[in-house]
Design a protein around this ligand. Structure first.
Ligand SMILES: NC(=O)c1ccc[n+]([C@@H]2O[C@H](COP(=O)([O-])OP(=O)(O)OC[C@H]3O[C@@H](n4cnc5c(N)ncnc54)[C@H](OP(=O)(O)O)[C@@H]3O)[C@@H](O)[C@H]2O)c1
Length: 225
């Protein structure tokens, strides 16, 4: 299961996992966009789902549809996310609430719903697309976003603790700037979505005995992380 699958890093992960032979249950709030972007691997290997991260019912329906179709969930990749660039003093609390809902509560809900199936897998994987903004606060530009990504990191460690004995391994992927709509899709000097997708594929494929809890990805020297 992969959220935010229709564009950016999520779309690159979908392509990479499709090439690796996985069956994909993709989530997006615009299923028409998802139909356009989804890897062309045939309907027996890919299931397209409506997923609005702020809507618990859509998460429930997505997990149920995945089980109905594939009978299992081995991997959950929480990639959907939003950013607001207002600083501390001017931050609109409603915008902070929106980021909290999408960046933190969205992954929390999907994890809780998928957890029984990930446990059953014996080698379940959860990948949370955090950020270097989950590791350090750099100036005043994205304070609210950073708060939500720190929270997502906390959630990642919590899942790791409770799922470990059942073979669940969790990685919080923490990239700096990545060339998507969130930054600049044409910027070749920053990390490319395909590179993040390669790292995610590696994290998923590692055995239970080689788990990476946090993966920090730099495109330039960062004094803090
Ligand atoms: N790009 C970066 O520099 C960077 C760096 C570190 C971490 N990240 C993280 O990486 C993840 C992917 O970001 P990206 O760079 O690929 O950004 P993006 O190109 O803007 O894509 C964001 C994705 O999240 C989805 N999304 C947004 N709000 C949603 C909602 N309410 N319900 C369901 N899906 C929703 C979007 O769907 P729609 O198409 O419907 O809007 C889209 O698929 C995010 O969690 C982001 O915080 C990005």
């Amino acid at each position: 299961m992969l959220s935010g699958a229709n564009r950016g890093i999520g779309a690159a992960i979908a392509e990479r996992l499709a090439a690796d032979g996985y069956r994909l249950s993709l989530g997006a709030r615009r299923v028409d966009a998802l139909a356009d972007s989804a890897p062309d691997i045939g309907s027996d290997r890919v299931l397209l789902n409506y997923h609005e991260a702020t809507d618990l019912d859509s998460a429930r329906r997505w997990v149920d549809a995945t089980i109905n179709r594939f009978g299992r969930v081995d991997v959950l990749v929480n990639c959907a996310g939003i950013v607001d660039r207002t600083g501390l003093e001017n931050m609109d609390e409603n915008v902070l609430d929106d980021m909290w809902a999408v960046n933190v509560k969205g992954p929390l809900r999907l994890t809780r719903l998928a957890l029984p199936h990930l446990r059953q897998s014996g080698s379940g994987r959860v990948i949370n697309m955090a950020s270097l903004s989950a590791k350090r606060v750099k100036g005043d530009a994205i304070v609210g976003y950073s708060m939500t990504k720190y929270a997502l990191l906390a959630l990642s460690h919590a899942i790791r603790q409770i799922g470990w004995d059942d073979g669940i391994r969790v990685t919080a992927v923490c990239p700096g700037p990545v060339a998507t709509d969130m930054m600049d899709p044409d910027d070749e000097t920053i990390t490319q979505p395909e590179d993040v997708a390669d790292l995610v594929a590696t994290m998923i494929a590692l055995p239970n005995t080689a788990s990476v809890s946090e993966l920090l990805v730099n495109c330039r020297l960062d004094a803090w992380a």
